[in-house]
Design a protein around this ligand. Structure first.
Ligand code: SF4
Length: 312
């Protein structure tokens, strides 16, 4: 499909599980844009798009993604838009068979919008929000300039849940570095336990060229974790989880571990609490296996640094 010919403003980022969704760009950029590890919208000033322009894109998207059952709204925090309900209602009008409408959202935005406004957004048709928790550790969040405390993350997550929105929390493995590995793992689990999100998605931190975190790393303020550390961190995080009816997914290739050129670990997936032990067993088994092998153990960070991975 030639999106350019249709003059369709195509969002640059979406979660992997929205890869087959119709993509609607309601705003451009991120209103916060300060997280140390993030390079997504650094060259862009946040701007809500005019509603009429977005509606035209929805009309075009309905032709491009004929029969789509899922729609994703971008960029990073479009729920801050005062007209977001109108946009969501237009999506429902043009995609009458829709099962799911989702959006990225900052936890602090959810907290500020509050339960009543979120209920109106839910009634308009939004069904799920994807939220970057990254860490439940106060110091790690501060260091990463996430702009929200763990308690604000909890308040935002709970507001979404109370408004009957499905919630997907993203955890950034490695965010605490070696210095705060344990606090990051344990406190991230605590925040998840307080909120009980529907989904927990793991992302492994890769320090990207040009990111502010790269400067911190070069000056020794951020100490990256090894592949084995990362597995231990995931294990500690899952051990401390006490959530119900929650699905955990490692649905991004940055979670993989390689030995030489072969992927030997593709992350853990499972329902919580039912499959908690299965996931821990996989992690134990992988740690045991890796402690005996002679080949070089590689993660996405190492491959990126060696120029073997170019984009994330
Ligand atoms: S991680 Fe999210 S909130 Fe932080 S700068 Fe990037 S898009 Fe904005």
């Amino acid at each position: 499909m030639d999106y350019k010919a249709l003059n369709y403003d195509f969002p640059p980022y979406r979660p992997p599980n929205e890869s087959t969704s119709a993509l609607i760009r309601a705003s451009r950029g991120c209103p916060w844009n300060k997280c140390l590890f993030c390079t997504m919208y650094k060259t862009l000033k946040f701007k809500p798009r005019p509603v009429e322009e977005v509606k035209e894109d929805i009309d075009k998207a309905a032709k491009i993604y004929k029969g789509a059952r899922t729609v994703f709204i971008a960029d990073s925090d479009s729920l801050v838009m005062k007209d977001i309900e109108e946009i969501i209602r237009h999506i429902k009008l043009r995609f009458p068979d829709i099962d799911r409408i989702t959006s990225y959202a900052r936890a602090k935005t959810l907290m500020k919008l509050g339960v009543e406004r979120l209920k109106r957004i839910r009634e308009a048709g939004l069904t799920r929000v994807h939220v970057g928790l990254e860490s439940g550790d106060k110091e790690t969040l501060e260091f990463m300039q996430k702009g929200a405390t763990p308690e604000e993350m909890i308040a935002g997550g709970n507001a979404a849940r109370e408004a009957n929105l499905e919630l997907s929390f993203y955890i950034l493995i490695g965010a605490g570095g070696t210095d705060r590995l344990e606090e990051h793992a344990v406190e991230s689990a605590r925040v998840c336990n307080e909120v009980n999100p529907n989904f927990i998605r793991l992302r492994t931190l890769v320090v990207q060229r040009g990111s502010l975190l790269g400067e911190k790393k070069n000056s020794g303020y951020y100490k990256p974790t090894s592949p084995m550390d990362k597995l231990k961190e995931v294990k500690m995080f899952i051990e401390n989880l006490e959530v119900n009816q929650c699905e955990l997914a490692s649905d991004h290739f940055t979670n993989n571990i390689w030995v030489d050129n072969k992927v030997v670990y593709r992350g853990v997936y499972g329902r919580l609490p039912q499959e908690k032990q299965d996931m821990l067993d996989i992690l134990d088994h992988t740690l045991d296996f890796l402690s005996t092998i002679e080949g070089e153990i590689l993660d996405a960070t190492i491959l990126y640094e060696r120029g073997m991975i170019h984009s994330l």
